[in-house]
Ligand binder design. Structure first.
Ligand code: ATP
Ligand code: MG
Length: 442
């Protein structure tokens, strides 16, 4: 049988040595969201296909070209979630969360699936950190959600990230705007791609988001929605700008942003980096005041964003940001002979119960290769146990950084001696870092 050694195109493995990068962004994102009063929500990986068609929108690239759908036994059609908002709103409605008082604030970290052309920063399975706030139409909420996304980007250490904002209005202002767009694009109808020819009738705004170079070049001089905003939408946008200024958040207005999902109304925004090539949108979001009603709930304003974690980590790597170092082994117990190996196991169990990170030989190697292994995994201390040590009940605890050896008695006092040595080493390290910071000589 042939070996299956290739993952599907557009998917990624996170190998154990790289997992700490993911832990870093997941932890910082979740902590920041909680600090803003958001609580985690977990939703299914797949939903009824209709949920995405209705929310993301029939004429979007996502629904027209990118969904992974299956027909299960008995005709039901399911789709792997291409984004997190629709499922989150479905879950909030289904679980009565909308009746529990507003605003409701939820965040998630989940995988999304889109059948796109894979390239750097564009995958078929990718991961999003997302936040959704439900039940407020206030432009303060828009600024709050944007500031949450920005805090996450700041805390992971990103620099040179630009915030672009726009307003794409409400159905009232969009009626006028659609007319203007139709007029504009009709003149060059023949040049549009087939998908956009169809969009011209159904949803001309979608043409602005088409990835085809010809459509993009035609769209360059198209009318912009900001010129068509109704009074209320204009006022909302003004208030948002004011709130961002109050918060000290810099932004650019980009009247070209329309976003790839149909449910957006009024505020849309993107955080962009130029450090990772063409796929530089690290975070995208906005308001979706019509979505909940569209899904069968009561008309309820809401907003949120999705942050692409692959793009976030890619940018962090490019900018040499710090990731949280994974824990390293406190103690490796090297042993020779069965009796010593048993003792190593017993001591290990005791220390782990106290919270220490301890390893011992599981391969049956000699002392030398065991020492090499301890060095390779970065163990802070090594304890060597042989017949002699078992006989006398005494052993040497070796500090791997300094080479220093401490006598240690293998009885009830062991734990205390070991923890003292570990603490002393921690202080030494801290002191070293402090000297480096202050320029003090040893
Ligand atoms: P893009 O314009 O880059 O296709 P989008 O408008 O389709 O993005 P959203 O649906 O708003 O993106 O998703 C939010 C975020 O998720 C994006 O800003 C991006 O960081 C990330 N993202 C979207 N699609 C992909 C993908 N195929 N691979 C990796 N990350 C993605
Ligand atoms: Mg897209």
């Amino acid at each position: 049988m042939a070996l299956i050694t290739q993952r599907p195109k557009g998917t990624n493995d996170v190998v154990p040595s790289q997992a700490y990068k993911w832990h870093t962004v997941e932890k910082l994102a979740a902590e920041t969201a909680e600090q803003y009063g958001f609580k985690e929500i977990r939703v299914p990986t797949f939903e009824d296909t209709g949920l995405f068609v209705r929310s993301v929108g029939e004429t979007t690239d996502v629904v027209q070209k990118e969904m992974y759908s299956v027909t299960a036994a008995g005709d039901a059609k399911f789709t792997l979630r291409p984004e997190g908002t629709a499922g989150t709103m479905r879950a909030m409605l289904e679980n009565g969360i909308m009746n529990e008082g507003f605003p409701q604030k939820a965040y998630y970290i989940l995988s999304c699936f889109r059948h796109e052309k894979p390239q750097a920063g564009r995958l078929r399975e990718f991961h999003q950190f997302g936040c959704e706030m439900v039940g407020t139409a206030s432009p303060r909420a828009d600024a709050e959600v944007i500031s949450l996304a920005k805090s996450v980007l700041d805390r992971v250490g990103l620099k040179n990230i630009q915030l672009n904002i726009n307003s794409i209005g409400c159905p009232t202002c969009r009626a006028e705007y659609h007319k203007a767009l139709k007029d504009y694009f009709s003149a060059r109808q023949n040049e549009l791609c087939d998908t956009c020819k169809d969009r011209l009738e159904k949803n001309p705004m979608r043409i602005l988001d088409c990835k085809s170079p010809v459509c993009q070049s035609i769209a360059k001089d198209a009318p912009v929605i900001l010129d068509y905003l109704c009074g209320d939408c204009k006022e909302h946008f003004e208030q948002l700008k004011k709130n961002l200024s109050v918060m000290g958040i810099e932004f650019e207005i980009n009247p070209k942003i329309v976003r790839g999902l149909d449910y957006y109304t009024r505020t849309v925004f993107e955080f962009i980096t130029t450090d990772i090539g063409a796929q530089g949108t690290v975070c995208g979001g906005g308001r979706y005041d019509g979505l909940i009603e569209q899904l069968g709930g009561q008309k309820t304003p809401a907003l949120g964003f999705g942050m692409g974690l692959e793009r976030l980590i890619l940018t962090m790597e490019k900018q040499s940001c710090d990731f949280m170092e994974p824990k390293t082994c406190d103690l490796y117990i090297a042993s020779m002979g069965d009796t010593a190996a048993d003792k190593a196991m017993a001591i290990t169990m005791e220390l782990r119960d106290e919270g220490y990170f301890v390893e011992y030989d599981l391969v049956g190697r000699g002392i030398k290769p065991q020492m090499k292994y301890a060095d390779k995994i970065g163990a802070k201390f090594v304890l060597v146990l042989g017949d002699n040590e078992i006989g006398t009940g005494k052993a040497k605890l070796k500090n791997m950084a300094s080479g220093e050896q401490t006598d240690i008695v293998l009885d009830g006092s062991f734990m205390e001696t070991f923890s003292n040595a570990l603490v002393a080493e921690m202080f030494k390290e801290l002191d070293g870092e402090l000297s480096a910071l202050t320029g003090r000589k040893e």
